[in-house]
Design a protein around this ligand. Structure first.
Ligand code: BES
Ligand code: MN
Ligand code: MN
Length: 462
């Protein structure tokens, strides 16, 4: 019987080349200019699932971008794993900061990836990680090593809030019925320190608009006498956190899950070098909520960040103007027990209440979602842990992540199943940033580890 290791060795070049072809298609879901390419990517995924041995592979139409479904049901009495991933990617801009074009993938060596990494938008998030599952499936079906039933559900709107998937899931509960959901769309600590993501933060994303005078004004004739919406907006934003970097929105912390001293001590055991962290980002000091460590700040504590701010004149040279309007996009990362809709409402009430009478404020909620915590005391986690032990030769560390995959909590609500997050990316892979990449080693290690999860999960289910 062909082992996974030798199968990877024999097919490595092809695995890389296929992923490179997938990465060439710019499936940017946020920008409607790429609509054709997003749909082409859906077709690519469809074909790849067919080739990997899935049955009933189909394009499921939705009000937005399609969802690709495929399955292999070998025995109704065996467990079923539902694999989720996304084929859409973030916009590539600022494009001038890429060292090679974002949709012309190249393999380059880096300090952390001496065996090379594929540089392209979506390499790690999530095309590369999603495609590991397709290749692992190919191995299992072609070598007679598929131990259980599999369903694939690959969507094209994750980077814009998974609206169509939230529409699709409740309408297809039977079709999607499963014993566990498996996702590779997160990261791990380091290549020699495997970890399993046990938590995701929730998200509330809003846009605010502050309007002062009804038109842009001469800043000499009117300056000092009327409210400048940009000045006002920046003051309002500054007041949302205090000197300890606590968020000042009344009620914001009411439901925040506080970790026990023991849990925090357990977290602090995860290997982490603050020096290397600062060095990698070229910063002299970290910054954040008083009383918490860096890893706590970015995983178990809620945050508020401005993602974009604009208004007035930003072109070349100077223009003396008081703008009529100022805008900002603001995201809040949430932790377990904080309800994203409640938080959005709290933000809206508070932001409107702190606006001076000289301006009007509109708060427009965008998408959001609940956080998620994966239990570690179940067979799914144990199977994942054993899978890493087999392929990495080390027990993985459970670790909460600061990122969000809001649809995971909806899966739990609608499908009543838990999700296992087996991510193989690294924080330094620059997802959402220029020069995103995914280690060749990580890609192949993912393909190697996944079939072991299937094996152990099936065994432990007996
Ligand atoms: N794959 C990421 C989320 C992620 C990355 C979680 C690394 C943990 C570690 C996902 O594609 C993503 O970017 N999610 C968005 C939220 C979404 C609603 C746009 C995020 O976290 O900003
Ligand atoms: Mn992702
Ligand atoms: Mn993403």
């Amino acid at each position: 019987m062909n082992t996974i290791k030798s199968y990877i060795k024999d097919n490595k070049e092809r695995f890389l080349n296929e992923l490179i072809e997938l990465l060439k298609i710019p499936s940017v879901s946020a920008d409607s200019a790429y609509k054709k390419e997003v749909l082409l990517t859906a077709d690519f995924v469809l074909e790849s699932l067919k080739k990997a041995g899935c049955d009933n592979v189909e394009i499921c139409e939705t009000p937005g971008y399609p969802i690709i479904y495929g399955e292999k049901i070998i025995d109704k009495n065996l467990p079923t794993i539902l694999v989720y991933g996304h084929y859409d990617v973030q916009p590539a801009d600022p494009i001038e900061l890429w060292t090679s074009p974002p949709f012309e993938p190249v393999i380059k060596k880096t300090a952390i990836h001496p065996e090379g990494a594929i540089f392209a938008r979506g390499a790690c998030d999530d095309k590369g990680q999603m495609y590991m599952h397709v290749k692992a499936m190919e191995y299992m079906t072609s070598s007679g090593n598929l131990p259980c039933n599999v369903k694939f559900m690959i969507e094209g709107e994750e980077e814009v809030g998974s609206e169509s998937l939230a529409w699709f899931v409740p309408r297809n509960k039977e079709k999607l019925a499963n014993d566990v959901i498996l996702i590779s769309d997160t990261g791990m600590i380091a290549n020699d320190i495997p970890s399993i993501t046990t938590g995701l933060r929730g998200l509330s994303y809003v846009e605010v608009e502050v309007t002062g005078p009804n038109r842009d004004l001469h800043s000499g004739l009117y300056g000092g006498a009327v409210a400048n919406p940009i000045n006002i907006l920046t003051k309002m934003i500054a007041s949302l956190t205090d000197e300890d970097n606590h968020i000042t929105i009344p009620g914001f912390y009411d439901n925040v899950e506080e970790l026990s001293t023991e849990e925090r001590a357990e977290m602090a055991k995860a290997p982490f070098s603050l020096e290397n962290y600062k060095k990698a980002l070229d910063i002299d000091e970290v910054y954040g909520e008083k009383g918490y460590s860096t890893n706590e700040r970015n995983a178990i504590r809620p945050t508020l960040d401005v993602n974009g701010i604009w208004g007035g004149y930003t072109g070349e040279g100077a223009k003396t103007v008081i703008a009529s309007k100022a805008f900002a996009k603001i995201s809040m990362r949430l932790v377990p027990n904080q309800d994203w809709k409640d938080i959005t409402q709290l933000f809206k009430n508070h932001f409107e209440s702190i606006a001076p009478k000289s301006v009007t404020v509109v708060v427009r909620p965008h998408h959001g979602g609940q956080g998620y915590v994966t239990p570690t005391d179940n067979i799914a986690y144990q199977a994942a842990s054993k899978a890493y032990e087999t392929s990495f030769g080390k027990t993985p560390i459970p670790q909460r992540s600061g990122g969000s995959i809001p649809i995971v909590s909806l899966f739990e609500k609608e499908l009543k199943s838990k999700t296992i997050l087996m991510g193989f990316g690294l924080d330094s892979d620059a997802i959402h940033s220029p020069n995103e990449h995914f280690g060749v080693w990580n890609y192949l290690k993912g393909i190697e580890t996944i079939p072991y999860f299937y094996k152990y999960f099936t065994e432990l289910s007996k």
